[in-house]
Ligand binder design. Structure first.
Ligand code: SME
Length: 151
């Protein structure tokens, strides 16, 4: 099953109408995303809780590491560079943090608030190699702007 991002955006909009709590919004996005696509084996947010530090937020899948400095991992790279990270082969990514040995590819996107500040990252891991593409990146960036760009 492959996600229909247009339908998912409408569902998330309906479920989160009027909600401004960051964690509630993250939990809803993760739940709807994770169950929408067979490629998504771990779906979760890391939040910026202090300068240069990410801490785990709502997620679905096996346990994830709790704290990631901006200097480490794919998540740190997304937060540090403010750019979406599309990783076809996690073993080829310098400093990749393996929360699961089965992960083969990953996409990580910075999450911005209304002021454009990075408030966290969305991390989706797949056990399939090269599972993500530019269509995923654009659609996920749009979804994140829809949900968190109002905060
Ligand atoms: N792979 C991520 C770490 C988070 S676990 O995958 C849930 C990284 O390299 O930053």
């Amino acid at each position: 099953m492959r996600v229909n991002y247009q339908d998912l955006a409408k569902t998330v909009a309906a479920l989160t109408e009027g909600e401004t709590d960051e964690v509630a919004l993250m939990a809803t996005v993760v739940c709807e995303l994770h169950h929408a696509d067979d490629r998504f084996d771990w779906t979760g947010f890391y939040r910026v809780t202090e300068p240069e530090v990410l801490k785990i937020g709502p997620y679905q899948g096996g346990h994830g590491c709790l704290v990631i400095p901006f200097s480490r991992g794919v998540c740190g790279a997304a937060a540090r560079t403010n750019e979406t990270q599309l990783v076809d082969d996690v073993e080829a990514f310098p400093g990749h943090i393996a929360c699961s040995s089965s992960t083969r590819s990953e996409i990580v996107l910075p999450v911005h608030n209304a002021k454009g500040a990075v408030i966290g990252v969305l991390d989706i891991d797949s056990d399939q190699p090269a599972a993500f593409d530019e269509e995923d990146a654009m659609a996920l960036e749009s979804l994140l702007a829809q949900v968190f760009g109002k905060l």
